[in-house]
Design a protein around this ligand. Structure first.
Ligand SMILES: [Zn+2]
Length: 241
């Protein structure tokens, strides 16, 4: 791909030629690893919401902070499929937690061996203990060496709760998806006569019928500002000796 004429240099890793990767790494040794899930997100949103959202946010962040965006990892544990008291066992691929753990470890090792100095893992799926497992692997990796800094976080951890709270297929997630991938949302499939619920609609959080592209854009801008700050702090913090 043709690099942008000005501003930080960034690209999608899988679309890049070796020389382009080297040129970007030389100025921005940052890898973005969006971690998603294939999980039921109601009748109104695509099953890949978490990875699409994380990849979209990482791309917008890379545009202002520079670096290379990896394709999303769509391997998640603790999806809706595990919630046997709810009627949503279809449309999710649920993987063992230990597989998630080892995939995280190998990704961090491989990205470090490829010369990245900051690895920004954005967890689009925050089912538990899936999310804590990714954060544990990041902490273990940080403790094991001094040359590479891993940041493992989620968009809601970086945003004030008055803007977006942790949710599933609700206002926050759907607004993000409307912003990054509008073709993956169909709000007209939601009930018109009642507020969507977890039990009936797999919606956990504020009413997704209020979701708009505009809100998604606002949430994304706030995320990018907070995440960029986090990356800059990591880049300016000397390695622990
Ligand atoms: Zn989600």
């Amino acid at each position: 791909m043709i690099p942008p004429a000005s501003g930080p240099r960034w690209a999608c890793y899988e679309k890049s030629l070796p020389a382009e990767i080297g040129a970007i790494q030389a100025v921005h040794p940052i890898a973005y690893l969006p971690w998603g899930a294939l999980e039921y997100h109601g009748v109104h949103a695509a099953v890949g919401l978490d990875g699409l959202k994380a990849h979209g946010l990482c791309s917008e962040l890379a545009r202002v902070a520079g670096g290379l965006v990896l394709p999303p990892v769509y391997v998640a544990a603790n999806t809706m499929k595990e919630l046997s008291h709810l009627p949503f066992q279809r449309h999710s691929l649920n993987f063992p937690l230990e597989l998630v753990r080892s995939l995280a470890r190998v990704h961090l090792e491989q990205l470090a061996s490829e010369g990245f100095k900051i690895i920004f893992v954005l967890c689009g799926h925050v089912g538990q203990p899936h999310y804590d497992t990714l954060k544990e692997e990041a902490a273990a990796f940080n403790a094991s060496q001094t040359g590479v800094r891993v940041i493992a976080t989620s968009e809601t951890d970086l945003l004030p709760p008055e803007l977006v709270i942790v949710n599933h297929a609700a206002l926050g997630e759907v607004s993000f998806l409307l912003h990054t991938h509008p073709e993956c949302v169909d709000l007209s499939r939601l009930p018109a006569d009642r507020i969507p619920t977890l039990e009936q609609d797999a919606v956990w959080g504020p009413d997704p019928r209020e979701a708009t592209t505009e809100k998604g854009r606002t949430y994304t801008a706030a995320f990018v500002a907070a995440a960029k700050q986090l990356i800059q702090t990591s880049l300016s913090t000397p390695p622990i000796s």
